[in-house]
Ligand binder design. Structure first.
Ligand code: PEP
Length: 255
């Protein structure tokens, strides 16, 4: 099963609208026309409207970093899937480890968001990953399996084409420590096995699983060459157009 690479930039809480326009203009100029690799940028909410107008004429996709599970209502400070769709957002990062760590998100609360996202035809990029303590205790696969099973509970097989997973070992996010190519491949293959148990082999083989955690131009080729690594979720390196586009170019030439 051939899966198109997806390289997604998570800009986190960085960049004003003006700064976002400069960055997306540079990205558009280098990788905005090609269709070999899907490229997606996830600006903060405040930059989504301006970036939306900028990607309209290019192949670059637009994502958000979070959403609330309800369509509307008295939820001060929150944004719904419908609101994002109205700005032509196609993807939404859900369950990022920073949201689990600082905002108390759990597999169960993330599950509600994932189901709401697909109801609004928004593609969830569901982040999972183990902490250093969990890896050292030998429980990586157990943690990943629970995150997949609980986070995707009730997920309809008919909507699997909307789903993207991101394996992000927590100890590798923003630390400069990257999983080795073998560690990433083992985790991705294990995640795909859990998907196969839940949805069947054929469906599992079509779901893209991105790697995230200090991916940079110099380690991208090795990671992206692993058979079960279908792209990257890039934090720090996505704030530089050069680094981000170099990673996209690594994906274009990866086997
Ligand atoms: C992330 O935040 O999803 C991420 C992978 O960050 P970084 O690339 O900076 O490790």
């Amino acid at each position: 099963m051939s899966r198109k690479f997806l390289i997604t930039g998570n800009w986190k809480m960085n960049l004003t609208p003006d700064e976002s326009v400069s960055l997306v203009d540079e990205i558009n100029a280098v990788v905005g026309i090609q269709t070999n690799v899907q490229v997606c940028v996830c600006p903060p909410f405040t930059s989504i409207p301006v970036v939306s107008t900028k990607v309209e004429q290019s192949e670059v996709l637009l994502g958000a970093q979070n959403m609330h599970e309800e369509p509307s209502g008295a939820y001060t400070g929150e944004v719904s899937a419908e609101m994002l769709r109205s700005l032509y957002v196609s993807h939404v990062i859900l369950g990022h480890s920073e949201r689990r760590q600082y905002f108390g998100e759990t597999n169960t609360s993330i599950n509600s968001k994932i189901l709401s996202a697909i109801n609004a035809n928004l593609k969830p990029i569901y982040c999972i990953g183990e902490t250093l303590e969990e890896r050292e205790a030998g429980s990586t696969m157990e943690i990943l399996s629970a995150q997949v099973r609980e986070g995707l509970s009730g997920f309809p097989s008919s909507a699997l084409d909307l789903l993207v997973l991101a394996y992000e070992p927590v100890w590798a996010i923003g630390t400069g420590k990257t999983a080795t190519n073998d560690m990433a491949q083992d985790a991705h293959a294990g995640i795909r096995k859990v998907l196969a148990e839940m949805f069947g082999e054929s469906a599992a083989s079509s779901v893209r699983i991105l790697y995230g955690g200090s991916m940079k131009p110099d380690n991208a080729t090795g990671l992206l060459s692993q058979p079960d690594v279908d792209g990257g979720l890039i934090g720090g390196a996505s704030l530089s157009a050069k680094s981000f586009c170099d990673i996209v170019q690594a994906a274009m030439s990866a086997p």
